[in-house]
Write a protein that binds this ligand. Structure first.
Ligand code: FE2
Length: 234
């Protein structure tokens, strides 16, 4: 499995607090059947330079290889929707066109469609993170459908499907899956104890809703296409 959203880089944001915790997260991911993780620290107003993130990823990979851990870390970021497209372009997944787009947690901006229009126009492909945890989308899922129609893709957090973020998010995640509006499941892990890098439980829950093949695609074929810079159907 491939996890495209994980705060595994040590001491860089509110994710892993240390190298020890990053290694513990790596062990949990490997035990869960994850072979590749995109490291996605929060990028908001005060940013880490892309070169610094690449260096952090390389350092973590070096430690993992030294220990013989079968896990690859790739570059990416959890990008605030408030960043302009030219800035976003520096924080794409694995240097391609796809990037994780994080809207404010409290609401979906009124001009969300205009924002993604400008990103798409710049040749970027937004993957909207955890819409099932956004109060506006929980109330009005059509707002998300319209963004998908415009060309956005959608990542649901695996833990939402198992109820880790409350009943409303669980119900919304299940509804979005049923409506065919979900393209990826990811862990959005922040630690080795609280929000952990585990996908299998979410895949199991998704299997009960959309079937095994479609559920597995969300953590295998679809993220593999993103890493390779291909379209999801290509
Ligand atoms: Fe995140």
């Amino acid at each position: 499995m491939i996890d495209i959203h994980c705060h595994i880089l040590p001491a860089i944001d509110d994710g892993s607090s240390s190298l020890e915790e990053s290694l513990a997260m790596a062990e949990i991911a490997i035990a869960d059947g994850i072979s590749t993780i995109v490291a996605t620290p929060h990028i908001k107003g005060e940013v880490h330079l892309p070169q610094f993130l690449l260096q952090q990823v390389e350092e973590l990979n070096t430690v993992l290889k030294k220990r013989g851990y079968p896990l690859d870390i790739l570059t990416g970021a959890d990008v605030s929707a408030m960043l302009p497209p030219q800035e976003i372009a520096r924080y794409t997944i694995n240097g391609g066109k796809y990037f994780l787009l994080e809207f404010p947690h409290s609401h979906l901006p009124m001009n969300a469609n205009q924002m993604v229009f400008e990103m798409l126009l710049a040749g970027l492909l937004p993957i909207i993170t955890h819409p099932e945890r956004n109060p506006t989308i929980i109330r009005e899922p059509e707002r998300l459908f319209s963004l998908v129609d415009a060309g956005c893709l959608v990542q649901v957090t695996a833990g939402s499907l198992t109820g880790n973020f409350g009943q409303d998010s669980k119900d919304c995640a299940a509804y979005l899956l049923k409506m065919g509006q979900v393209h990826f499941l990811a862990s959005d892990a922040h630690s080795a104890t609280h929000r952990r890098p585990v996908l299998s439980e979410g895949v199991e829950a998704a299997t009960a809703i959309i079937g095994e093949q479609a559920a597995h695609k969300l953590v295998t074929l679809n993220p593999a296409a993103v890493l390779a810079g291909r379209s999801l159907d290509g």
